[in-house]
Unconditional design. Structure first.
Lengths: 343, 343
């Protein structure tokens, strides 16, 4: 059985959460292990920011449990010992789906560390089942390599993703586009999928959508744009914009498109950081928005103002986006929301 | 010689800064030494938030220099080895004053750890001179025990303070109110002083003004208010409000008053925390605002909206105000701004 035939669907991220799950970083798997302390601090800042709004459960390797406990992350934060190789629970955590009666289930996708880039990943592929088991929530095993960061949903039947990631030969080389799309529909309950082309220049996830576009509401999409024709993201964005302008969602609606200017380019250790305001994360009553400071002061403010205008009922909680970005992701990548259970 | 006769004046906090100074916390002097790691993380969050907007110099005990360096607080953060007993540079740092030609000088007040509450304080009393010497800035020694957190200025000749603190017998018992006022005028360059009565209930600084009221602009004051008549802060606030409503500033202006609702009461280890949104701090192009989350979600949002409305050109950067508050203060208490030098 798969979720769709049982009338389960993946809710929008802005629906009420029961809690947020997040994995504690693991020094051994880090791209820059010398940054472990500052990266841990970045995680702690994200966790305490989310905990201002809703409970947080942190996945911690058992041998680090005492160390993280000593950090006193606060009353709203629970530690859950689960062995894992790396952080980024967005990508290896379960995708929660909600049944007609409000009951929860979890989709356990196959995980191969972004196309086999960072071995080992055996523990990470087994994190979602342990979260679901601990929470007493039923599990659907999807026969598809997929990361949570590669899809966004409007909660009303439309998904948005990128060809660069979902059709990449390092994920599901044996499956056709049609087969992949069918699996995604079956396991998220979606009706239709909007296929963007490429993700941000240099994004080592192979173009996760959660750095380039997301829904603000059904029928409304936010996209990060680039005003400099010399920048690779310029063509990437224009191509995606054209797709969004010429598509309709599962309900037949044309999309309203909101643009957010990208932050200025920053390189670290010879590579471009994949800076994105769209890696923000919805929490109950708020939004956790990574900002970058310095040369990004102007775009930081514009991004925050745009979100404040779009979401007048939410408090926009900025966090320092430089804390964890050199490891390849940001706020949205670190989190996985568990929807609130309805009676 | 004293600053006023040389036409130096203390500028408003919102004037452009060259940098922010902040002291790294010292475990031995902490009220709750077991919280050292989480308090350090709170400081690191404040420092990195400020560094999004302007350079930060962190005062560090020499033996901790390497440890703090390992924390990699970022390119915009400089460490300065200076021996100190405790943190809270607002209170023992220099008060910078600006001359007619834009040149800087620093006022070195006497410091006795908030009326002798936390011995030893000999090193802390000697921090301001070392900061000034290192920066190559001239020093005025004020013969008055005073903390920076007990005064706010509008930059146009008006100071705001509290009787509870400045007239407390544990500070300058040998001086009359008139003598104290005269010293404050001489060393800040102010013309007139608005005397509020008491600070927040339970504030162990004996009522620092930087938890209850501040200027938003010349002629405009923000005050934190309390709507619950059962709460001790209710009467405290009403009394201060009446004073503000019936006073004029150095320019003869009646004051416009903006109210911000206080966060809900929180106790820690049997004592009430002195939670205040007015412990925010101006930085170049922004404001660093402590928020508290949980039961304070509503007031957090109101405080942020009020400041965003008052300061449309500044980005309101919230930080988790629970990080350091159990030690007795918050963002404003930890910081001391150095004004930008003009050519």
């Amino acid at each position: 059985m798969y979720p769709k035939e049982l009338n389960y669907r993946m809710p929008a991220e802005w629906d009420k959460h029961e809690r947020t799950y997040i994995s504690w970083p693991v020094q051994a798997s880090m791209v820059f292990p010398d940054n472990y302390e500052s990266v841990s601090r970045g995680y702690a800042e994200i966790i305490s920011a989310i905990a201002e709004f809703e409970p947080v459960t942190v996945i911690v390797n058992p041998e680090e449990l005492e160390t993280v406990r000593q950090m006193k992350l606060g009353d709203n934060v629970t530690l859950l010992p689960v062995r894992h190789n790396d952080a980024w629970l967005r990508d290896n955590g379960p995708t929660f789906v909600v049944g007609e009666g409000g009951e929860l289930a979890g989709v356990n996708w196959k995980f191969n560390a972004w196309g086999g880039k960072y071995a080992p990943w055996d523990l990470d592929d087994n994190v979602a089942p342990q979260i679901l088991e601990q929470a007493g929530i039923g599990q659907f095993d999807a026969p598809l390599v997929m990361e949570g960061g590669s899809i966004h949903t409007d909660g009303e039947g439309t998904l948005i993703t990128t060809e660069e990631c979902l059709l990449h030969t390092n994920r599901n080389p044996e499956l056709s586009r049609e087969e992949i799309e069918e699996y995604v529909r079956k396991y998220t309950g979606a009706e239709s999928i909007i296929w963007l082309k490429r993700g941000l220049s240099g994004d080592e996830t192979d173009g996760h959508v959660d750095n380039i576009a997301c829904f603000a509401a059904p029928g409304k999409v936010i996209i990060q744009v680039c005003g400099d024709p010399q920048d690779e993201n310029y063509e990437i964005t224009r191509e995606n914009l054209r797709i969004l302008e010429n598509t309709v969602d599962a309900k037949g609606r044309k999309l309203e498109i909101v643009q957010i200017q990208q932050p200025p380019r920053v390189d670290y250790d010879g590579s471009r950081l994949t800076l994105s305001y769209l890696n923000f994360y919805f929490v109950n009553g708020g939004i956790i928005l990574p900002v970058f400071g310095g040369t990004a002061a102007e775009t930081d403010k514009l991004a925050e103002q745009t979100l404040a205008g779009l979401f007048p009922d939410r408090r926009i909680r900025t966090v320092n986006g430089n804390g964890v970005i050199a490891e390849g992701g940001n706020v949205h990548c670190t989190t996985q929301q568990m929807p609130a259970r309805r009676a």
